[in-house]
Ligand binder design. Sequence first.
Ligand SMILES: C[S@@+](CC[C@H](N)C(=O)[O-])C[C@H]1O[C@@H](n2cnc3c(N)ncnc32)[C@H](O)[C@@H]1O
Length: 279
Amino acid sequence: MSDNQEQQDFWSAKAGEKWISNQREMDALLAPVLQLVLDHADLQAGETVLDIGCGAGTSTAQAAQLVGDTGHCKGLDIADTLLHHAKRELDRPNVAWLLADAQTHQFQSNTYDVMISRFGVMFFSDTVAAFANIRSTLKPQGRIVMAAWGPAPENPWFMLPAQAAKAQLGQMPKTDRSLPGPFAFENQGKVVEMLAEAGFSNIKTTNHALGLTAPNGLDSAAQLCCEIGSASAALQYFNGTAEDRQAIAARIAELFKPFETQVGLYIPASIHLFTAQAS
Ligand SMILES: C[S@@+](CC[C@H](N)C(=O)[O-])C[C@H]1O[C@@H](n2cnc3c(N)ncnc32)[C@H](O)[C@@H]1O
């Protein structure tokens, strides 16, 4: 049994399937976050890249384009549904896929120039062990670039759907946001300490105010929130009905309305970026 069995079950089953069926919209929404990672990764032709928690593989595929035919990218994920989908959709000569737990997989040493991750590193039961394990496969000058959600209160993409779901269904049990989950890295200082403990050097972190652009507009974004994220979690927890879902989606649309602009729905987001070197 994996150390991260709960996450494996979560991402392999319902969450993975939902992510795949909404992949286009999710990728468009989160494109600025991937761009942030790729800008800071500064990938060069011929480099070898490991994409941790690659999910449906969009980041791996984009990194593969940047390193070109002489480079190589490996997308690693714990969820078979997502990884098999990535393999089916995005197979190309300079890409490989690995179904594994990044925390415990026995990597080959001295293999990768860069580890990248968009939102794939906040789910480890032992983050220091996972970082140390990832470091073991990097080349001596290898670097890591990873993006994680900043503080929950600064991220209306989570807060407003949670508020809409609470109004309809009631309060979800309080959880510790520092536990594995989307906000496990909201405390930048703690992540820096964990990276240092895992042996990384030259650790830097910055916060970025980005805009998530929902490609299909307000109502579609509200429906998407009932599939993935805090409203979806509440609907699942309370066994919400179709009526509950419709009421929550309508309320989310109202709450997102102030973010509508002439060029579409533009939801502010607070994103942390972490960079470091293997030695
Ligand atoms: C929020 S999704 C992000 C997916 C992708 N990086 C993206 O941005 O579209 C988090 C991903 O991390 C993966 N994950 C969680 N724990 C993991 C672990 N221990 N090892 C490898 N992948 C893991 C999940 O299966 C999921 O695909």
